[in-house]
Design a protein. Sequence first.
Length: 116
Amino acid sequence: MSKQNKSGNNLEELQEKLREIKDQEGIVGYILRSQDSASIDLKDPTRIVDYAVMSTTAFEAGEDISTLFEIGGVDTMILEGEDAKLLSSTVNKHRLSIFMEKSVDHNKLCKELNLA
């Protein structure tokens, strides 16, 4: 997973965009993680561990699949369940996971974050 933010935005600009996005209807929250720190903003903070495990597992699965099928690095992944979705991407060496209701337009989020 090696996608870089196309606009070259720094971390502070990305965090500002995430703060705006988290207030949109249907957004459950996000985790932005680097090697030594994490920014977490979830509507249900009692489930931080659950969301962190889901985020880590998604990134590991994406890496395993890309290696197994020799498809190169995975830029962005969408995991979609019955009621919810997870957008996972690597932005400027930070792992970003955005948790949302299934009805949210993840393509719009990608454009807002310059991931598309």
